[in-house]
Design a protein around this ligand. Structure first.
Ligand code: 5GP
Ligand code: ZN
Length: 115
């Protein structure tokens, strides 16, 4: 999408610190980290959010995103003490960028419930 921030990051119009990239998925460090490790994992194809994934076409993409997240979590050593995986959806969810992204947060103990 033309004016989507994360599509611009996919197209390298906005720089980011890449963690992982292939044809379908991009993972990069959050510019405003909320934990010592804070990585955003996104599909390269624009989807506005979790609810905007397409029921028929996207299940395999969702599964693939999960397998990439698992790989990154292990590579970053987050399999030792754990991590939190977050999707913010819509205004109550605190979503500010309307391109689906998973927050992978680790390197410190997380509070529960979240604020
Ligand atoms: P949301 O609130 O939509 O779930 O999360 C959006 C995330 O994108 C925030 O954690 C924010 O810090 C991050 N973010 C916003 N703009 C940029 C940017 O230009 N580059 C990177 N790497 N992260 C960004
Ligand atoms: Zn987008």
């Amino acid at each position: 999408m033309e004016n989507c921030l994360f599509c611009k990051i996919v197209r390298k119009e906005i720089p980011s610190r890449t963690v992982f990239e292939d044809d379908a998925v991009l993972a990069f460090y959050d510019v405003n980290p909320q934990a010592p490790v804070h990585i955003l994992v996104i599909p390269k194809t624009h989807r506005g959010g979790f609810l905007e994934m397409k029921e028929k076409e996207d299940p395999s993409l969702e599964g693939y995103l999960m397998s990439v997240i698992r790989k990154i979590a292990r590579e970053k050593g987050l399999d030792q003490k754990g991590f939190r995986l977050v999707i913010n959806q819509g205004s109550d969810g605190g979503q500010t960028v309307f391109h689906l992204h998973y927050h992978l947060l680790g390197g410190r103990a997380m509070a529960w419930p979240p604020g």
